[in-house]
Design a protein around this ligand. Structure first.
Ligand SMILES: [Zn+2]
Length: 447
């Protein structure tokens, strides 16, 4: 809504003040220099690199000598010395408006949806947004757990430059089977709470209505929960969702962990599948043929969940036992699944699914833990970087504006001090962040 209102006001202003405009606005040009630049498409370095930035966009990127020759004499120079330049990172599966302090999903959702005012929640989201940006995430896709429209408000506040944060695509409320997701509530009060967090879908008609309602609140994409325990979105409902979303030219991202949920999403022709735990080779093949993205959300792999939880609570022997069994199961299954995904040729992205308040880490630092997890899962550094940049941009339909360091794209640029192709966990220690031509952070600046 805000977008529409501000567009209207801008139109009025531009009519009223057209004649009063300054003759030539000052062009801000920056020449960014570093030891190398990672071409994420090829996975190769361009040594001794430069990026020429005009206002908020990239004018030229490549070998320094070439770029420098085209730079105006008065360009401001930022020299990052021995650092490596990359495109700004993208988190395809963020929950900026939730900061859980419990191991239980039910408690996390209840605390956020019923224990906090929507205003408080958005302010918390603002803090998480700033922390994401400072860690190098210049774009995020928020896929639910934001209240009715908190992520839309956050997006607008960032776009209006009221506060620092990444570029945001907001999904508003998740569409779920009746009852919402991960909740077991007193039926007498359930709907009131569930409706704060989810749009309940019980028929093709209610599915269409839910999409339209989210669009009215300003959603950029539609997030659907295809499966939750023994409840599913039907194929008829999923098809209705996709049809409504297509009409409005927005994408559909679907949480699906079971074979049934994944198949429903594939058959309805959604844009991306989130998680995909039980995905079969046959399903990967069909996704590849249909061009459906798989968003890999494995941040908590390899004992990372336990490491986080142990910082907050003493684990009971029973919980210790359960976690151990879970870790053994995932150690056996997850690397094999990642190998199957890579072999299948399916398009993939990476998302953090970080919805915890991680003790001792900012939201951005906690989000970046996904890079170490993907490394341990056997994904090559070049694939990890692609997942979080160029692939993510395509999955979001923003390939015309972000994801690569090329002319015409937003100057969303990060730098790390080491060699990310040798050790991709360099992305957990981003030293320099620029968003839209503005320096957000520069730990490489000469003292
Ligand atoms: Zn999630």
């Amino acid at each position: 809504m805000l977008k529409r209102i501000s567009a209207f006001i801008l139109l009025l202003l531009s009519c009223a003040f057209a004649s009063a405009q300054a003759a030539t606005p000052q062009t801000k040009t920056i020449l960014l220099k570093a030891a190398r630049l990672l071409d994420v498409r090829t996975g190769r370095y361009i040594p001794s690199a430069g990026v020429l930035i005009e206002q908020d966009k990239i004018k030229e990127a490549g070998p320094l000598a070439q770029v420098q020759a085209h730079a105006p004499k008065d360009a401001a120079i930022i020299d990052l010395g021995t650092a490596t330049l990359l495109p700004g990172l993208v988190d395809c599966h963020a929950h900026l408006l939730t900061s859980g302090t419990s191991i239980s999903s039910q408690e996390i959702i209840l605390n956020a949806a019923a224990g906090m005012s929507p205003t408080m929640r958005v302010l918390m989201g603002a803090q998480n947004a700033r922390e994401d940006l400072e860690a190098g995430f210049t774009t995020v896709r928020v896929v639910g757990h934001s209240g009715i429209d908190g992520d839309v408000s956050l997006r607008e506040a960032v776009n209006q430059r009221w506060l620092p944060g990444p570029r945001i695509q907001a999904a508003a409320r998740k569409l779920t089977p009746p009852g919402g997701q991960a909740l077991h509530l007193n039926p007498a009060v359930a709907d009131q709470i569930v409706d704060q967090e989810f749009l309940q879908v019980g028929s093709a008609d209610s599915a269409r209505k839910a999409v339209r309602e989210n669009l009215w609140y300003g959603a950029d994409l539609i997030k659907v929960v295809a499966d939750d325990e023994n409840r599913f979105i039907s194929l008829e409902e999923m098809k209705a969702i996709v049809e409504e979303a297509r009409r409005a030219k927005v994408k559909v991202a679907v949480h699906a962990t079971t074979v049934t949920g994944i198949q429903t999403a594939i058959d309805a022709g959604v844009d991306s599948i989130e998680h995909g735990n039980d995905i079969t080779d046959e399903q990967l093949k069909t996704m590849h043929e249909k061009g459906i993205f798989l968003d890999i959300t494995e941040l908590l792999f390899g004992g990372r969940f336990r490491a986080m939880i142990e910082k907050r609570q003493v684990l009971s022997p029973q919980l210790q036992q359960e976690l151990k069994a879970y870790e053994q199961m995932e150690a056996k299954q997850t690397p094999a699944r990642i190998a199957r995904i890579l072999k299948s040729g399916v398009k993939f992205t990476t998302g953090s699914d970080m919805w915890f308040d991680y003790p001792g880490k900012t939201r951005g630092e906690a989000t970046a833990l996904m890079f170490g997890a993907l490394k341990e899962l056997g994904m090559s550094p070049a694939d990890v970087v692609r997942a979080a940049t160029v692939n993510a941009a395509e999955a979001m339909g923003w390939q015309d504006r972000i994801g690569v360091l090329e002319p015409g794209k937003f100057a969303d640029i990060i730098a790390v001090s080491g060699d990310p192709l040798a050790d991709v966990t360099e992305l957990e220690r981003v030293q320099f962040v620029m968003k839209g031509g503005e320096v957000v952070k520069n730990a490489l600046a000469k003292k």
